[in-house]
Design a protein around this ligand. Structure first.
Ligand code: CP
Ligand code: NVA
Length: 313
């Protein structure tokens, strides 16, 4: 039996496939519960801290509503609200918050910050996005693919665009664990990190996953069940946008590119989207686009993570 009590969620690399499937199954049941209008108490008496160095709509709201739905409390701590990074170092903040809260969400720049919080807090720490990874996003993305196709094993997920950002990295990791066929289409300059690619390929071999990287987006999306893209300049690299627009223009997800995918293919985007850059308005608004189911699923998957790690299960 899977037991995730007390676990951090920092990368997903350290999660076994059955642990990921456990979270996904829990998310499905929590979604049904929410749809039925049932209030829960799986987080009754639990206090959760939400640290944000970067802005957020979905992640912040998902953590907050997840706690409230199950009788817990969430406290938003924005970058100008606490001493972290100004007057206090990460390990002291971690030790203080760990004495008061049952779990800590961190969104920010450096992956090393969330890892250091986890080392010192003494309570579960969840990564709500860093420059390197976005693990809770990947859970919602797989849940959305599963809602459309059933078991994700063997399905082809093609990520088009910045092949080395947090979202691409986390999709590669989760795909390797769940035996998916994961493809990145990116210009050479934005190919995934070699070390991570190697790690995911060797993990993928154990679970029947295939991971490929293409420069040509048209070749990459052939037969795709899900076509995924993300912004061309992530939070913190806004100054790179002009250069990225030049580099990534051939990687725009438009109807022409979508027509090369499987006829039942869905379109995914973690949001927020810059329509006209990485995706056209037409694809974004098409029937193939499942981006708002995906956004909703952030709530259910994040709730599953909190409940599984600190909840009264
Ligand atoms: N997808 C996502 O993480 O959105 P936010 O930045 O709004 O949290
Ligand atoms: N790659 C994007 C994802 C936003 C949810 C960023 O880091 O800005």
């Amino acid at each position: 039996p899977v037991n995730l009590r007390g676990r951090h969620l920092l990368w997903l690399k350290d999660y076994q496939p059955e642990e990921i499937r456990f979270l996904l199954d829990l998310a499905v049941s929590l979604k049904e519960k929410k749809r039925a209008g049932v209030k829960g108490n799986l987080l009754a008496g639990k206090n959760v801290a939400l640290i944000f160095e970067k802005p957020s709509t979905r992640t912040r709201c998902a953590f907050t509503v997840a706690c409230l739905d199950e009788g817990g409390h969430a406290e938003y701590l924005g970058k100008n609200d606490i001493q972290l990074g100004h007057k206090e170092d990460v390990r002291d903040t971690a030790r203080v918050l760990g004495r008061m809260f049952d779990g800590i969400q961190f969104r920010g720049f450096k992956q090393s910050t969330v890892e250091e919080l986890a080392r010192f807090a003494g309570v579960p720490v969840w990564n709500g996005l860093t420059d390197s990874y976005h693990p809770t996003q990947a859970l919602a993305d797989v849940m959305t693919i599963q809602e459309n196709f059933g078991d994700v094993k063997g399905l082809k997920l093609v990520y088009v665009g910045d092949g080395r950002n947090n979202v691409a990295n986390s999709l590669m990791i989760i795909s390797s664990k769940l035996g998916m066929h994961f493809v990145i289409a990116a210009p050479k300059e934005l190919y995934p990190d070699e070390a991570l690619l190697k790690e995911c390929r060797s993990e993928g071999e154990k679970h029947g996953a295939v991971i490929e990287v293409f420069e040509d987006p048209r070749e990459a999306v052939k037969g795709a069940h899900a076509v995924y893209t993300d912004v061309w300049a992530s939070m913190g690299e806004e100054e790179k946008l002009a250069e990225r627009i030049k580099l990534l223009r051939p990687y725009q997800v438009n109807s022409d590119l979508m027509s090369l995918a499987d006829k039942d293919a869905i379109f995914l985007h973690c949001l927020p989207a810059v329509k006209g850059n990485e995706v056209t308005e037409e694809v974004f608004e098409s029937a193939q686009s499942k981006v708002f189911d995906e956004a909703e699923n952030r709530l259910h998957t994040i709730k599953a993570v909190i409940v599984a790690t600190i909840g009264n299960l």
